[in-house]
Design a protein around this ligand. Structure first.
Ligand SMILES: [Fe+2]
Ligand SMILES: [Fe+2]
Length: 151
């Protein structure tokens, strides 16, 4: 049996993934200009991966006899990921993505240790898998930020 902390973190992570999908999708549509092209393409790839994370978390909740949250349970938190006023402001989107990935990394690190404490190796394994994807996303966007800082 797993703990309340584990299922709470799974539900929180599920909501965060859905909010991330919405904001990455909106930013990938809003952004324009030659210099935005690489970031837009990267966001499009990540949208599929974040959606896949949400699905894995939701399936795990189901296995634990719980339900993933729907929109009425949802509280939006990603202020820095709101699309910039200036649709060519790529740096604003890069910084928003880095905030979201840092936040996700923190949540999955908590989930790894909560699942370990609860002796729930299946959730622990899932959290480690998703954590490694989020670290890869962060690395990619740190690279974009470095490019911008040089220009
Ligand atoms: Fe994710
Ligand atoms: Fe991510």
């Amino acid at each position: 049996m797993t703990t309340q902390e584990v299922t709470d973190l799974l539900k929180k992570a599920y909501g965060d993934e859905i909010e991330t999908v919405m904001n990455y999708l909106t930013n990938s549509i809003v952004l324009e200009g030659v210099s935005a092209e690489e970031v837009r393409e990267s966001l499009e790839t990540d949208i599929q991966e974040e959606l896949n994370h949400a699905e894995m978390l939701g399936q795990r909740l189901k296995q634990l006899d719980e339900r993933p949250p729907a929109s009425y349970d949802f509280e939006a938190r990603q202020e820095s990921l709101q699309p910039p006023e200036d649709s060519t402001d790529v740096l604003s989107v890069i910084n928003g993505v880095l905030d979201a990935e840092e936040d996700a990394i923190e949540t999955y690190r908590k989930l790894v240790s909560a699942a370990r404490d609860a002796d729930d190796p299946v959730t622990e394994d899932l959290a480690v898998t998703v954590l490694s994807d989020e670290e890869a996303h962060r690395t990619e966007f740190r690279g974009f930020k470095r490019e911008y800082d040089e220009n």
